[in-house]
Write a protein that binds this ligand. Sequence first.
Ligand SMILES: [Zn+2]
Length: 469
Amino acid sequence: MKLKTKLANVQTWQEDPGEPPIERTPIQRQTPEMGRPPLPVAVAGEVPAESGDYPGSTEFRYWVAADAMSRASEFWGPLMPAGTTWNRNVDKVLTAQLDSGDDLNAYYDGQGVRFFKQTVAGVTVHSGESPDVVCHEVGHAVLDALRPQFWGVLSAEVGALHESFGDMSAILASLSVGALADEVLIETQGNPTRSSRLSRLAEQLGWAIRQIAPTAVDPDCLRNAANNYFYRDPVTLRPNEPASLLSSEVHSFSRVFTGAFLEALAGIFFQQPSRDGKALVEAGHIMGRLLVDALLATPVVPAMYAQVAAHTLAADKADYDGAYGMALRSAFIRHGILSPSDAVTAAEAAPQHMAAITGATPGRGAQLATITVPAERYGLTESFAVSTPAEQPRFAVAGADPAIGSLTPVDPERAAETFVEDLFRQGRVAVAEELLTPNAAVVDTTRTRTHAITRESSGALVLDRLLFI
Ligand SMILES: [Zn+2]
């Protein structure tokens, strides 16, 4: 009997095209299978021929995006609890639109993922041509499938956690592609906490943004996971800073959690019997499983980073009998996500919360409590409601005080109000003309709006999310 073998191959970038001029060589991959449950993906438009494409062509970009969409789906899919589906208004299949207009941007809008292009210094940069960027956006959709509550809650720390999950998705989904893990170990001399093409996220998009706004992103990429940012309560941070400083802006603040994640990943890798590329890929799978299990069960609270960290320690106890506790505690302590004393407290309390972690299901969560923001604060004609991170913490933990011990978390109402203030100052809120008084404090900007004040069927106004960038 003649066996039908699949010979088709496509070309793609390993994890990013890199900074111009492009010196990287595309890699060969088997034609992606995009419809796999539980997280089927697609790329809009006609499917081009599989081979013979070259960087710069529409066909090449199609396969880069298709391969990246499917690698994220294939990484996260097996880790999803039974019954997980895409959320919100995604129509069964998460579809990428590759040419959504002129911008240096990409986003997940609860329907699909969108990518843009812009010509900078003579180079046209397509955000959808970077597997890092594609896997980041799919990461938003994956976390939204797991925890729809995170979408609308007004909290800098929850928003930053979503951004960090996007970056962790980029790192984890690409780790097993081609020889990336081996190359990273060569580049870092066996220590993946060091800066490498794995830790440097979206080098090409970062380069393009730097041509226009030199201090807006890291000097060598969009965001580098190899960093030493130490936790601060975002309520105490400014809403904007140059990239070298931490701000409460969600992408900036996400770097604290992603930095701890990279150290945890490396710590788990160091514990593997052979410290080779295969071991690094295996560490990635362990880390992915711990994150999914922890995030499924974490209540929505103001000190969200510390709460997720404590749940990760409990997930390690439940999934791996605590094998990676030291690696995880070290990473969270070094980045101030847990104080040393809270790391001890969380580890001690972890066994009694294992059942909550193994029993968590996707889409969990009740309606969050809301508060009303007065109309006059922003010069509007009507007050509006916002959701607050007001669930009961499972672990009594918070971020580290730079001096000693832990900070006292702010109450959920203050966490929400300061985030709303940040969004208005950053020009991220879309407000309809008829809601503005002549003296409204709505910043006039061409920036992409992430939030909008909308009227519910009850007639009340709410500030809700439009998209994750
Ligand atoms: Zn994002």
